[in-house]
Design a protein around this ligand. Structure first.
Ligand SMILES: C[S@@+](CC[C@H](N)C(=O)[O-])C[C@H]1O[C@@H](n2cnc3c(N)ncnc32)[C@H](O)[C@@H]1O
Length: 269
């Protein structure tokens, strides 16, 4: 174990830390999400197992069939599947080929191959003509495609403390400096999302970290430099496992068995 890790999070979560810590090592509640495409595509796998909190993150983008959407860091692709469904099924649950586009971007070649496998297994070819897999560094979008996207999901790489707790060799490498360094990379990706989204468009910034440095602090930096509007979509009020933070929402596993997950819903004004 890494005592610096424990004392860092003890300071942040105080009395709650032992319960959060215990819940991080327990298996979290994942559910098999019935895949709406599977009803149409017999022979394809029916379900994709994912954390309910991850589904909420993708839904918070509130995509429309006509939108041009960027999923900036998309492998292995759980949230991409949710976005694809949201764009493809109307209110009567009927499939329609969206007129918009979904760019599923992933920089790592190996993880991009995994993303392709997930898409191939869950959505047949003609139903995913609107999904385009790309392999750019997410930082490039702001420069190369300014104000092109209606919606951007920036589900950025993070410390992933649950994963660290399962991997003692990686846990040994944890330090406060590492989470600080990651927050710099995360801010850079969020800034790229900011430049890439249209005025009036929406960004969802998310991580599976419990470190406030990688969460609200990254959004706070954007608030200081730009003038975004932080949104609180009405449908999120009904979800009692969401805990409000200063600039977004957190899901912690000690209370609900889901997560951890953090997200902030940001509008470009
Ligand atoms: C938290 S994971 C994304 C999970 C994914 N959204 C999902 O729901 O399955 C972050 C991903 O970002 C990728 N990544 C890291 N740096 C990146 C960058 N600069 N540009 C694009 N992708 C990046 C990682 O390879 C990793 O697959």
């Amino acid at each position: 174990m890494n005592s610096a890790f424990d004392s860092y999070f003890e300071k942040i979560y105080t009395d709650r830390w032992p319960a959060i810590r215990r819940a991080l090592v327990e298996k979290n509640k994942q559910i098999s999400r019935p895949n709406k495409f599977a009803e149409l595509d017999s022979g394809l796998s029916q379900n994709y197992v994912m954390d309910p909190a991850s589904q909420v993150v993708a839904r918070a983008l509130e995509v429309m069939p006509t939108d041009v959407v960027l999923d900036m860091c998309s492998a292995p692709g759980g949230k991409t599947l949710v976005l694809a469904e949201e764009m493809s099924f109307n209110f009567s649950n009927q499939w329609q080929l969206p007129s918009g586009e979904l760019i599923a971007n992933e920089m790592s070649e190996g993880r991009r191959a995994r993303l392709m496998r997930v898409l191939n297994e869950h959505i047949n070819r003609e139903k995913r003509l609107f999904i385009h897999v790309k392999g750019l560094d997410g930082n490039q979008y702001g420069l190369r495609q300014p104000e092109v996207f209606d919606r951007v999901l920036a589900d950025v790489p993070c410390s992933g403390e649950r994963h660290l707790m399962e991997n003692p060799s990686e846990m040994k490498l944890w330090s406060e400096k590492r989470t600080k360094n990651l927050s710099v990379r995360q801010y850079s990706l969020l800034s790229s999302a900011w430049l890439a989204v249209k005025v009036g468009g929406r960004i969802v910034y998310s991580t599976c970290s419990i470190s406030p440095l990688e969460n609200d602090s990254v959004v706070a930096k954007l608030l200081k430099k730009r003038k975004p509007q932080i949104l609180r979509p009405a449908f999120l009020n009904e979800l009692d496992f969401l805990e409000k933070t200063e600039h977004g929402y957190q899901v912690l596993p000690d209370r609900c068995g889901f997560g951890p997950m953090y997200f902030s819903v940001i509008e470009k004004t």
